[in-house]
Design a protein around this ligand. Structure first.
Ligand code: SF4
Length: 91
């Protein structure tokens, strides 16, 4: 890095790095905005699997949505799947 820094005037270097650091929080927020907007967990985070567990399956879960979705987990969800957020459908 020193090789590159020495070729850039100090004032310009400080301006560039300062600007980059100032924009870092904006970049972090922008990259996570989609996930936050969806408000759903990743399959990995909830140990999602494509098969039932102990007789529990997505189509019997409170969060299941037809035909292959879930209110709280992102992506395509199998009616025969399962995850750690399973809640028995009421009624
Ligand atoms: S078991 Fe998990 S993935 Fe399946 S419907 Fe319920 S919350 Fe969604």
């Amino acid at each position: 890095m020193n090789r590159y820094v020495s070729k850039i005037p100090r004032r310009k270097f400080l301006k560039l790095t300062g600007c980059s650091l100032a924009l870092l929080p904006v970049a972090i927020i922008a990259s996570s905005r989609d996930t936050l907007a969806q408000g759903k967990a990743s399959k990995e985070a909830v140990q999602y699997q494509e098969t039932p567990k102990n007789g529990q399956k997505c189509k019997d879960c409170q969060f299941w949505t037809e035909p292959n979705g879930c209110q709280v987990v992102e992506g395509e969800i199998s009616p025969e799947g399962w995850c750690s957020l399973f809640v028995v459908k009421q009624g």
